[in-house]
Design a protein around this ligand. Structure first.
Ligand SMILES: [Mg+2]
Length: 95
């Protein structure tokens, strides 16, 4: 069984790496906004999305959130975006 100190250090490392990966994702998204989505930026974006996705799955693997909780939170975000964003707006509503 892991000691409490070991668990705290493990979580601290998980949080820092996740912050770094989120920052890298933000950076490439900003670069694409400024310079466009060329082949190189597209590949970079895919890698950073994969990096963040891996960190999210690591949160589940370490028991910080269950797959069910993650799914529930994801659905809540989807519902909010339906109200506050056009991302998931039905295109037939434009008619
Ligand atoms: Mg990265």
């Amino acid at each position: 069984m892991k000691s409490e100190i070991h668990a705290e250090r493990e979580f601290a490392e998980l949080f820092v790496i996740t912050m770094e990966e989120c920052a890298e994702l933000i950076q490439i998204l900003s670069k694409i906004q400024r310079f466009g989505l060329d082949q190189n930026n597209s590949e970079h974006l895919k890698q950073e999305l994969g990096d963040v996705y891996f960190m999210i799955t690591t949160f589940m693997a370490k028991g910080l959130i269950s797959e069910e909780e993650m799914w529930e939170c994801s659905l809540k975000k989807g519902e909010k975006l339906k109200i506050f964003s056009d991302l998931f707006k039905d295109s037939s509503e434009d008619l």
